[in-house]
Design a protein around this ligand. Structure first.
Ligand SMILES: *[C@@H]1O[C@H](CO)[C@@H](O)[C@H](O)[C@H]1NC(C)=O
Length: 195
């Protein structure tokens, strides 16, 4: 007799039995500790989403601490499932996001940027490509809230130039209007992941 197995992939976590839930399921510690920024980008994201804090499951909210060495960068990336709002605690950050493609092909995607200082709050709308750059001579620290328990992240350079297997070089050569050697060079780089 033939059996049919259906495998359902749910974008989320299974809820725990309420009788086994404890206070620790709603608890995370250590966000007072700076992340280690000794990497090529000079930045470190410490996420507190459903993967670190199970009690966030289904609640549509999460948190992150991001540390920056001087000139540290969060390279252009997007969260497919979350808007992100941040507050700067220390340092000076140049931040920005780019709007989606306008309906009119003659109008360009619009860049919004701001230089932020301690106490400043900035919001990156859901799904838009954004970046943050420490333009100060000191470390910078931000705390960010995200409107998903599992925001997801797509780092543009990594996704385009370091996919596994690589995107066909003819596709990227035509897409970026450059010589194939430029694409080979970019595909040969090590793309540091931001978290
Ligand atoms: C920070 O990361 C670097 C590179 O991985 C490592 O050598 C160093 O020991 C780390 N520092 C701390 C305090 O963990």
């Amino acid at each position: 007799m033939a059996s049919v197995f259906l495998v359902v992939f749910v974008n989320g976590k299974i809820c725990k039995d309420r009788n086994t839930v404890s206070a620790n399921d709603f608890f995370f510690l250590g966000l007072n500790m700076p992340g280690n920024t000794s990497n090529p980008l000079g930045s470190k994201v410490t996420p507190v989403n459903v993967n670190q804090l199970p009690g966030l499951n289904t609640f549509g909210i999460s948190l992150a601490r991001i540390d920056y060495a001087p000139y540290g960068l969060n390279l252009p990336h997007t969260h497919p499932r979350a808007t992100e709002v941040l507050v700067v605690m220390e340092g000076t950050l140049y931040v920005g996001f780019v709007t989606l493609n306008p309906a009119d092909p003659n109008v360009k995607n619009k860049l919004f940027t701001k230089t932020l200082y301690p106490g400043d709050v900035f919001v990156f709308p859901e799904g838009l490509i954004h970046f943050r750059f420490n333009v100060g001579k000191t470390n910078a620290v931000v705390f960010a809230g995200l409107s998903s328990q599992n925001p997801g992240v797509i780092t543009i350079a990594n996704a385009v130039f370091e996919s596994d297997p690589p995107i066909n070089i003819d596709v990227l050569t035509k897409a970026f209007q450059v010589d194939a050697n430029v694409i080979k060079y970019l595909q040969g780089q090590f793309w540091w992941n931001i978290d």
